[in-house]
Design a protein around this ligand. Structure first.
Ligand SMILES: Cc1ncc(COP(=O)(O)O)c(C=O)c1O
Length: 376
């Protein structure tokens, strides 16, 4: 197996700063512009905004406050919101805010995970140590024993309720248990909720800021709203954490990009359009994927909401992508990027437009046939 999982460990700088192997793998392949791209964990939504360049650049003279848009949408107070440039930046700021001043500079990170969630604290002078939700402890359940073991050693933990690459929401029991034991241990939580809004309106929509006082919820327009390149995200939490995060933002970034915020402002009143379109894409595309998997005898229950999921293809997915995916013009994401034990998993996104998704299905089917023939 070729493993490219997140690189946990101690504090780093200079030569020791690890790459995000997933991005080193993914970005060049994305740039190949393969005709059948099932690699996207974000939604492909076409937003149309009509903004003048000078108006965008002058945003900070407009008197508007983007934190207010977020506060109104989420029904929280203005002092519970801090704006940032996407989830990735917010993760570092939230970890800094969540770490108690006199606590250990150690962060417990959930695995499997998107490497930015689990590696970034190393660049902030922290050690990162893992705890697991699956694959070692049953079907995506939290390894509670492991959590109890690391709690006395950490100042904060970072996790992703809707896990990448599986798209599975943490169970309500595990979520409440995690809040209870971290609160008792005086450990704060950084919760990357970048995929959670796809669950709005269902029982699975359980952002941490609604349930706990020791968590910072992070979200953005990147994934469920299809605006990854905008780099517009936010944190919601207790006002004291949010003030710490704002101070960290000022030290590390100064100001938010005016054009990004302007575009975000133009789409904010219409965000629910994207959420409705996600359910439509799911309804159109997911049955087609299930049919292909069924033909190949792959048994899999997709997550109950959202636009991506991961299943085993029975062989190393990095190698299979290189050997069979590339010649077919197919791109999908190997699970080993998120945890070594998911090396034979493939993450498929079904948030693309109906026509391209349909066109990709025979190609995915050929890919699975090639693996089968190659292994025979
Ligand atoms: C769990 C998770 N968080 C954050 C991101 C990136 O978010 P952003 O583009 O808002 O920085 C990704 C992207 O794949 C992700 O999977």
């Amino acid at each position: 197996m070729i493993t490219v999982e997140p690189r946990l460990g101690g504090p780093v700088s200079g030569d020791a700063i690890p790459p995000v192997d997933y991005l080193s793998w993914y970005v060049p392949r994305l740039q190949e512009n393969r005709p059948h791209d099932l690699s996207q964990s974000g939604f492909a939504h076409q937003w149309d905004v009509d903004l003048d360049t000078q108006e965008m650049l002058g945003f900070w003279n407009s008197g508007e406050d983007p934190a207010k848009w977020v506060a109104e949408r989420h029904g929280v107070d203005l002092n519970q919101v801090c704006i940032a440039h996407g989830t990735c930046q917010a993760l570092s700021l939230a970890i800094l805010a969540a770490l108690p001043e006199d606590g250990p500079r150690v962060v417990g990170v959930e695995m499997p995970s998107f490497a930015v969630v689990s590696q970034c604290a190393r660049l902030l002078g922290c050690e990162v140590i893992p705890f697991h939700r699956g694959p070692n402890s049953g079907p995506w359940t939290l390894n509670r024993e492991e959590v109890m073991e690391i709690l006395p050693k950490v100042g904060a933990i970072a996790f992703t309720p809707v896990m990448n690459p599986t798209g599975e929401m943490i169970s309500e029991e595990d979520q409440d248990w995690l809040i209870k034991v971290t609160t008792e241990a005086g450990v704060n939580i950084v919760s990357d909720e970048v995929y959670l809004d796809a669950a709005k309106g269902t029982e699975f929509y359980r952002p941490m800021y609604l349930r706990s006082n020791n968590a910072i919820s992070i979200n953005s327009l990147t994934k469920t709203y299809g605006l990854g390149p905008l780099r517009f995200g936010w944190m919601i939490g207790d006002p004291k954490f949010i003030q710490y995060a704002r101070n960290a933002f000022q030290n590390m970034q100064g100001m938010t990009s005016a054009p990004s915020v302007s575009i975000a402002g133009a789409v904010f009143p219409r965000l629910d359009e994207a959420l409705d379109a996600i359910w439509e894409a799911r309804e159109n595309n997911l049955p087609k994927l299930m049919q292909v998997l069924d033909t190949h005898g792959i048994e899999w229950t997709p997550p109950p909401f959202g636009i991506f999921g991961a299943f085993s293809i029975g062989t190393d997915a990095v190698q299979a992508m290189a050997e069979y995916g590339k010649p077919l013009g197919l791109l999908a994401t190997p699970g080993g990027m998120f945890h070594a034990d998911l090396g034979d998993y493939l993450r498929i996104g079904w948030g693309g437009d109906a026509e391209s998704f349909e066109a990709a299905m025979p190609v995915l089917s050929q890919f699975l046939t090639s693996i089968h023939e190659g292994n025979a």
